[in-house]
Design a protein around this ligand. Structure first.
Ligand code: AHR
Length: 548
């Protein structure tokens, strides 16, 4: 079944259907054409979807989250304590849990980030917690009231899986090995008994293990060779003992823990050497150690001059989105190195920190990385998720930074108040893409130009879910012009195309505690007539429809 989509100016498509209209509007139209010639020429976009050619599975782990002990990400955002007036279950906020459940969050990366390489797990278990400082993030008190058991309880409440980053920077292999035994041992070891005494007799599952974090900088400023040597030890000795997660010789156990090594962090030349060193070691690895993933971090940020997260105009909108598209080049670059040593793509590229990083909100603690989340972030999220989906054969995990109250978050809280961000709604709209099969989409994206910035005007991906239903996502990056979609569904026996679209009046529209519904999805429906589906998507919008 070949589905053809045409995206073009509404005026032009209407005129084509009614030739007499052309005679009446032609003089005005030509005038508009002359005045708007450069942008009009750039607006014509054509797209085609071929649902007969399917690609890789869009791994649900691409929609992972990241929750670090940073600012109000954990404390206040997730943890309020059992005695709080804020409704909670064993100290974990009920409103946040309910909101996150709807996202079907596949995994949560914890406890950091830079924090992970200073974290000592024993500080956060048992009746007496060790109070420390958090030198990475604001130098504030870290009470360690949210530790292993609280994290696992949270994961359980939201129906997700644990991605635990162990301390390779200031910890030891011994400490990390003990932590994994404490969490996962099913037999009555001393550590397993201690876990039971602390309230959890059954072994926990750890789906993913991060072997260090940014070990080239905050995780220890290591050389690639030094890190690789350390990583091998962690890979061998830090074992998961949960019987359900054991490796079964000759068989695939989908529950087996994935080990993720530290990979590159952006486009600096040094990361080519880093990636090369780790992957070369992987190619020659012995039976005694293995990795299943290589992490990559990449933020949309201008480190010299951070953009504001509120009160900006179309120029900043266009610049930030242009910059976020660099993700594609980085994925290509590091995938090519991985292909050299791992042509079978056994090692996944896990983009376990990505998202927008703006200037801290005025009045906030700069170490808490507090920023607002606008319609621009919704478009940015869609563009990145689409990049990951297009590379689904290699990119099989990603974690947006961060889940609550930090950087490009899903949720903002202030005491008892909670608001869902535009990015939250994008993740919700993309739920049908979790574990769906990628369907190639071809299109001439056209150009959206503003000031000195040019970028593709339209983006789109398609996928088939387990029931065979086809899903289509269309991002209209253009801040000013709607896009008319025309889809040939003659081979698909389609009768409707319901879905949701997310847009707002301004590029910097935000949701606030006082006005939480400024940027929320609304229903949209394509019209199906004579084997054609037509749909107009609004400027600066993210749209997901299903073809039914
Ligand atoms: O997400 C904030 C920080 O950014 C993380 O702790 C670190 O890994 C990265 O540099």
């Amino acid at each position: 079944m070949a589905l053809i989509l045409n995206v073009q100016f509404q005026t032009l498509s209407h005129a084509r259907q009614h030739p007499n209209v052309i005679q009446r509007v032609l003089p005005c139209f030509l005038l508009v054409l002359v005045l708007a010639a450069p942008s009009l020429a750039a607006d014509k976009v054509e797209i085609s979807v071929d649902a007969s050619k399917t690609g890789a599975t869009i791994n649900r782990n691409l929609f992972g989250q990241f929750a670090e002990h940073l600012g109000h990400g954990i404390y206040d955002g997730i943890w309020v304590g059992p005695d709080s007036k804020i409704p909670n279950t064993r100290g974990i906020r009920n409103d946040v849990v309910a909101a996150l459940k709807a996202l079907k969050v596949p995994n949560v990366r914890w406890p950091g980030g830079c924090f992970a390489d200073g974290y000592h797990w024993r500080d956060g278990i048992g009746p007496h917690r060790t109070v420390r400082l958090n030198p990475d993030w604001g130098g504030v008190i870290e009470p360690n009231t949210f530790g292993t058991h609280e994290f696992m309880d949270f994961i359980d409440q939201i129906g997700s899986h644990a991605y635990v980053s162990v301390n390779l920077g200031s910890g030891t292999v011994h400490e990390a090995a003990d932590w994994l035994e404490y969490m996962t041992a099913g037999q009555a070891t001393t550590l397993a008994k201690e876990r039971a005494t602390n309230g959890h007799p059954a072994p926990y599952k750890v789906a993913m293990l991060g072997i260090g974090n940014e070990s080239w900088d905050c995780g220890g400023n290591m050389s690639p060779d030094y890190y690789t040597s350390q990583m091998k030890d962690y890979s061998h000795f830090v074992r998961n003992y949960n019987p359900a997660q054991e490796a079964v010789p000759g068989q695939e156990n989908k529950e087996e823990m994935m080990k993720v090594a530290v990979g590159p962090g952006g486009g600096e030349p040094r990361f080519v050497d880093w990636t090369d060193t780790v992957m070369k070691a992987y190619q020659n690895h012995s039976w005694s150690w293995d990795i299943n993933g290589l992490s990559m971090h990449n933020y949309t940020v201008d480190w010299q001059h951070k953009y504001a997260s509120t009160g900006f105009g179309e120029t900043e909108y266009a610049r930030v989105l242009k910059s976020t598209l660099e993700m594609d080049g980085l994925v290509n670059k590091y995938s090519a190195i991985m292909d050299k040593y791992d042509p079978q793509k056994k090692v996944a590229l896990i983009v376990d920190e990505w998202g927008s990083w703006y200037a801290p909100l005025p009045g906030s603690n700069p170490g808490f990385l507090v920023q607002q989340n606008s319609l621009r972030d919704a478009v940015l999220a869609a563009l990145n998720l689409n990049i990951f989906a297009r590379h689904a054969d290699r990119v099989r995990g990603a974690n947006i930074a961060q889940m609550i109250n930090v950087l490009q978050s899903m949720i903002l809280t202030d005491k008892e108040k909670m608001v869902l961000t535009p990015t939250y709604y994008v993740f919700k709209m993309y739920v049908p893409f979790q574990d769906a099969t990628f369907v190639p989409v071809k299109f001439d994206a056209g150009t959206y130009k503003h000031d000195d910035v040019s970028l593709p005007r339209v983006d789109a991906i398609a996928a088939k879910d387990a029931s065979g239903k086809l899903w289509l996502e269309i991002t209209n990056v253009d801040a000013d012009q709607p896009a008319d979609i025309e889809l040939d569904v003659s081979g698909a026996n389609a009768s409707s195309a319901p879905g949701q679209t997310l847009t707002a009046p301004k590029v910097d529209s935000i949701n606030t505690f006082e006005a939480p519904k400024t940027v929320v999805p609304k229903p949209i429906s394509g019209k199906v007539e004579n084997g054609k589906l037509t749909l107009t998507v609004e400027p600066k919008s993210v749209t997901v429809i299903s073809i039914e």
